[in-house]
Design a protein around this ligand. Structure first.
Ligand code: ZN
Length: 474
C-alpha cells in the first residue's frame, strides 16, 4: 500500500508549490513529489494507492530540533528567578538534577517531546547527560538505562530521535556525579548503545563530548574516536558564553575552537552547539572543514548568553541547524524568529537573513526555514528535513486558514495565482506570524503522530498521570 497526499500547497525544493502531490511507499519513504499525475503514477507502481486530499492545507518538512535537554522542561516556572547563568546552574538546574528519578525523567521527556510534536517538530537531537543515579553509579550497572528511558519516551510520542550520548568527566559539584564517567567507559557505552538501537526504526546514536569545561582532553578524544568508529558526527557545546574563552586559554592556551582543533576535533564530523563567541576566521574555518553549527536563540536569551552573529554565519557558508535546548516552550517557528530578531536588535537593522542569503539564491525566510529542517537534519546525519525522493516522509500539515497566517494563508488556499505573487509570502508568514494553533497534523515515516493538536501515542490524560507520578512534579 502506498499513500498519495494532495495538499493545496507543499514546500519542496526551496519553493512553495500549489497542486503538487506527495507520494510515499509503505515503508514511509518519499517516492515522488510533483504534479498529481506523476505522483499518482509513482504511488501506483508501489502498490494500491490510498489518496488523501488535504484541502486548504500547507505541507512542510517536519522541523528538526537539533539540540534539546528534555528533562529541563521540568525547570519551567521555578523560583527564585536566577541572577545569572552560574546562579541558574547552582539554584535551579543542579537541585533538579539531584532529585531527578526515573519517573521524573520519563515524565519530563514525554512532556517535552509531546510539546515538540504539537509544534511540528518530527526529529529531536537529544543531548542526554544524566547517566548515573544520585549515588554517582550507573543505575543497575547499566550506563545506558536512562538513555533508554528517553529513547522510549520519544518512540511513545512518535518522534524520530538522535540520542546524543554525552561524554562528561568533570566533578566539582554533587549534581555532576550524575553525568560523570571515565573516557573508556563512556566511549564503550556510546558504541554499545548504537549497537543496541541499530534495528530500531527512527533511533540513532551519536557521541557528544559535553564541552571544554565538562569533558577533559582525554574524554573529548575518546568521544571523537567513538564518532569515527560509528562513522557519524559528534556534538559539543562551544563558545556559549564570554567566559568560555578565558577558560580555554587557561587550560589549552587557545580560543575554544582552536583548543578543539588541537584535539583533532575540527572536521566534517564536528557539530558545534551555540558558538556565539566564535571569531569570524573560526566561522570560516568551520565552514571550510565541513563542520556544522546549531544555535538555540530562545535559550540563549533566557540564560543571558548573548546572540548569534547570524549575518556572519550566513556569509561564512556554515550549514546551520536550530535547537530548542532548555525546552521551556519548544517550537522551531519561535527559534527561527528568535535568531532573526536577536540579530536585528543587536545590529539595529532589519532583514538580517534576507540581506545575507542572496548568494544561496533563497530569501531570508526560506533560509531560516531550511535551517529549521534540512540544516538540523545535516547536524544529525539523518535523511529528513526535505520532501524529496528517497527521504523519510516526516512532515507537518498546516491549516492555511489559521488566523495567525491570515491574510496570506487564506489567499494561497483561495487563489491559483498566489504562487506567482511575490507579495503573498508564505515563508514570511511562517517566520513572523505563525502560532502552534496552525499545526493540524504531524507525520513521521508517513504515519500520523499528531492529529487536531493531540499526540496520538500519548493522550493528554496519560501524560498528566505520568507527571503526577513524578517526584519532581508532586
Ligand atoms: Zn545544551
Amino acid at each position: 500500500m502506498s499513500t498519495l497526499f494532495l495538499p493545496d500547497v507543499i514546500y519542496t525544493d526551496g519553493a512553495f508549490r500549489r497542486g503538487h502531490g506527495l507520494a510515499i511507499d509503505d515503508d514511509g519513504a518519499v517516492i515522488a513529489v510533483g504534479p498529481p499525475e506523476q505522483a499518482r503514477a509513482a504511488a501506483s507502481a508501489a502498490g494500491a494507492v490510498d489518496e488523501v486530499r488535504q484541502a486548504r492545507r500547507l505541507v512542510i518538512p517536519g522541523h528538526v530540533s537539533a539540540h534539546s535537554h528534555c528533562f529541563q522542561v521540568l525547570l519551567r516556572g521555578r523560583r527564585p528567578e536566577p541572577r545569572d547563568f552560574p546562579d541558574w546552574v547552582e539554584r535551579i538546574l543542579y537541585p533538579v538534577v539531584c532529585e531527578l528519578d526515573e519517573a521524573s525523567l520519563r515524565a519530563g521527556a514525554l512532556l517535552a517531546f509531546s510539546e515538540m510534536a504539537r509544534a511540528g517538530i518530527t526529529t529531536v537531537g537529544e543531548f542526554h547527560y544524566v547517566h548515573n543515579a544520585a549515588d554517582g553509579l550507573a543505575p543497575g550497572g547499566d550506563p545506558n538505562r536512562n538513555a533508554r528511558i528517553v529513547i522510549d519516551a520519544a518512540r511513545a510520542v512518535g518522534l524520530r530521535i538522535a540520542l546524543l550520548r554525552t561524554c562528561y568527566d568533570t566533578v566539582k559539584r554533587d549534581g555532576q556525579r550524575r553525568f560523570s564517567e571515565t573516557p573508556g567507559a563512556c566511549a564503550r557505552a556510546v558504541v554499545d548503545l548504537a549497537a543496541a538501537v541499530r534495528d530500531e526504526r527512527g533511533v540513532s546514536v551519536m557521541p557528544a563530548p559535553h564541552s571544554l569545561h565538562g569533558a577533559s582532553a582525554a574524554m573529548i578524544e575518546a568521544a571523537i574516536g567513538a564518532a569515527t568508529e560509528l562513522d557519524t558526527r559528534f556534538h559539543i557545546h562551544l563558545a556559549e558564553q564570554p567566559g568560555d574563552e578565558a577558560f580555554a586559554k587557561e587550560r589549552y592556551g587557545k580560543t575554544p575552537l582552536r583548543a578543539l582543533e588541537s584535539l583533532g576535533g575540527l572536521g566534517p564530523r564536528t557539530v558545534l552547539i551555540h558558538g556565539l563567541y566564535l571569531h569570524p576566521d573560526e566561522r570560516r574555518d568551520l565552514a571550510v572543514a565541513g563542520g556544522g553549527l546549531v544555535v538555540n536563540p530562545t535559550t540563549n536569551a533566557h540564560l543571558g548568553d548573548g546572540t548569534t552573529d547570524l549575518a556572519d554565519v550566513i556569509r561564512a557558508g556554515i550549514t546551520l541547524g536550530l535547537g530548542t535546548d532548555a525546552d521551556q516552550a519548544p517550537s522551531l517557528f519561535d527559534e527561527m524568529r528568535a535568531v532573526e530578531y536577536a540579530s536585528r536588535s543587536a545590529g539595529t537593522r532589519m532583514g538580517v537573513a534576507e540581506g545575507e542569503s542572496d548568494a544561496t539564491g533563497r530569501d531570508g525566510a526560506r533560509w531560516l526555514l531550511d535551517a529549521a529542517t534540512a540544516g538540523g537534519a545535516s547536524a544529525l546525519a539523518l535523511p529528513v528535513g526535505r520532501l524529496a525522493v528517497g527521504e523519510r516522509a516526516d512532515f507537518t500539515v498546516i491549516d492555511l486558514d489559521d488566523l495567525s497566517l491570515a491574510p496570506v494563508g487564506t489567499a494561497w488556499a483561495d487563489a491559483a495565482d498566489a504562487e506567482a505573487d511575490p507579495e503573498l509570502d508564505l515563508a514570511g508568514s511562517l517566520l513572523h506570524a505563525i502560532r502552534p494553533t496552525a499545526v493540524r497534523e504531524v507525520f513521521v515515516d508517513g504515519r500520523p503522530i499528531v492529529r487536531d493538536g493531540e499526540v496520538l501515542g500519548v493522550p493528554r490524560g496519560k501524560l498528566i498521570e505520568e507527571l503526577r507520578n513524578a517526584k519532581l512534579v508532586r
